[in-house]
Write a protein that binds this ligand. Structure first.
Ligand SMILES: Nc1nc2c(ncn2[C@@H]2O[C@H](COP(=O)(O)OP(=O)(O)OP(=O)(O)O)[C@@H](O)[C@H]2O)c(=O)[nH]1
Ligand SMILES: [Mg+2]
Length: 420
């Protein structure tokens, strides 16, 4: 008996790119990325359609000929969704869904969807929900489909006198947006307090920034496995994406993981993640991690750098870290980025070099302190002098009383001898 053909479990998507010749837009590369984004969102990418035109059609983004082609494709491919590789205006989205009688999403909605499924920390979840609601608010069609997709649920809210369902939904969303903003402001405050505490304790922060899939989390884990991750005695409450790390010099730093980037990151998302990304931009050192085996590595590095610059990273040194070097067959394919470190986070190659580079790239900070050093620890005074300076010294029966500028690297060692 012939087996009945079953449709694959993942929804099938038709990809659409409209190339209007904008300077930096590379339709092919962007479509490839859309392909990957679809896969990571759990879709099955189907055929793609590309159109070059002077400007996007105001009503439907693409021309009527291509629209017909997509309609055909949808039916032959039994597609479930059509994905546009650019942002669609509320009008375009509405018209396209009406014309194609199928779910239509744009690149931004897709990215937001991925973020929503990935967000782990409660703050991350709030940030993504805020971005989604802000994006959807003007795009509500009144049919309730958009809302139900992002978990808002439509038709369940009490309608005010004379209100249409659409108005009710909008009112509900606006209220939720306000409440999300408030919650985020609170957690932002908590984060600021943490940051101040670290500053006071002189603990430098190192931010791990980079394109999605560059290997940031793998690197975080590699550092843990290398045994260099100190248990966080110093900071009782680190947020889930920050960890304490001890460098070979003995200096402690806080390593911050950040949200993965993609080109044309939806601006709503950047806005929602502003405080997190800004924290990264304000770190003492930024590691710009990229997948060195990707032919797009240079683009990825510059997308990240541009974003950081838009966040006023100012004087913060940025160290490019080329990851996945185990996959590199031809080293001449490395992106040209000046000083950089090559590693393989997966195999732990180059991790020591990276830690040394972090040590060297961090600004050397000296701290003024008063210490009572027992005579048997006289060697410590010599080390302080070598890496910093002793401003005043006095011999007491208990030991040497000094006022000194102590190098960051020695902070741990001198801690037991600090006097107020
Ligand atoms: N071959 C190889 N694969 C690696 C290396 N580092 C990471 N990967 C793989 O790359 C993929 C992505 O790694 P992640 O650590 O999740 O990347 P990420 O930067 O945290 O990604 P996002 O969380 O999406 O921003 C995983 O499948 C890793 O196993 C490496 O050095 N070599
Ligand atoms: Mg990650």
């Amino acid at each position: 008996m012939q087996q009945e053909e079953t449709k694959t479990a993942s929804p099938c998507a038709i990809l659409v790119a409209v190339d209007c010749g904008e300077g930096v837009y590379d339709a092919e590369a962007s479509l490839d990325e859309l392909h990957e984004l679809l896969q990571s969102a759990g879709y099955e990418p189907g055929p793609s359609v590309m159109q070059r035109r002077e400007s996007p059609d105001k009503a439907t983004c693409i021309g009527s000929g291509r629209l017909e082609e997509i309609r055909q494709l949808c039916s032959t491919q039994e597609a479930d969704v059509v994905v546009f590789d650019r942002e669609l205006s509320p009008t375009q989205l509405r018209n396209l869904e009406r014309e194609l009688k199928i779910r239509v999403i744009d690149r931004t909605m897709l990215i937001l969807e991925i973020f929503a499924s990935r967000a782990q920390s409660s703050e991350g979840k709030l940030q993504v929900e805020l971005a989604q609601l802000q994006y959807m608010l003007p795009r509500l069609s009144g049919q309730g489909t958009a809302l139900s997709r992002i978990g808002g649920g439509s038709g369940t809210h009490t309608r005010g006198a004379g209100e249409t369902q659409l108005e009710t939904d909008r009112r509900h969303i606006r209220r939720r947006i306000e409440s999300l903003k408030q919650k985020l402001a609170e957690s932002n405050k908590r984060r600021q307090n943490l940051r101040h505490r670290r500053k006071k304790n002189n603990i430098p922060t190192v931010a791990l920034v980079g394109y999605t899939n560059a290997g940031k989390s793998t690197l975080m884990n590699a550092l843990t496995q290398a045994g260099v991750l100190a248990e966080d005695k110093l900071f009782a409450t680190l947020d889930p994406t920050a960890r304490s790390l001890r460098l070979p010099s003995g200096r402690h730093v806080v390593l911050i993981d950040t949200v993965g980037l993609v080109r044309n990151l939806p601006h709503h998302l950047v806005e929602a993640f502003h405080s997190t990304l800004e924290e990264a931009a304000q770190a003492d050192l930024i590691l710009n991690l990229c997948d060195a085996s990707s032919p797009e590595a240079s683009v990825h590095l510059s997308v990240t750098k541009d974003l950081l610059e838009s966040l006023n990273c100012g004087e913060t040194p940025i160290l490019p870290v080329l990851n996945k070097c185990d996959l590199l067959t031809d080293p001449s394919h490395l992106p040209h980025v000046g000083k950089f470190v090559c590693i393989s986070a997966r195999y732990g190659t180059g991790i020591e070099g990276l830690l040394d580079a972090i040590d060297q790239s961090l600004p050397q900070i000296h701290r003024r302190m008063k210490l009572l050093i027992p005579f048997e620890k006289a060697g410590l005074a010599a080390r302080i002098r070598r890496n910093g300076s002793i401003l005043e010294e006095q011999y007491l029966p208990e030991g040497l009383l000094v006022r000194a500028m102590v190098d960051q690297q020695l902070l741990e060692d001198v801690r037991p001898f600090v006097v107020d």
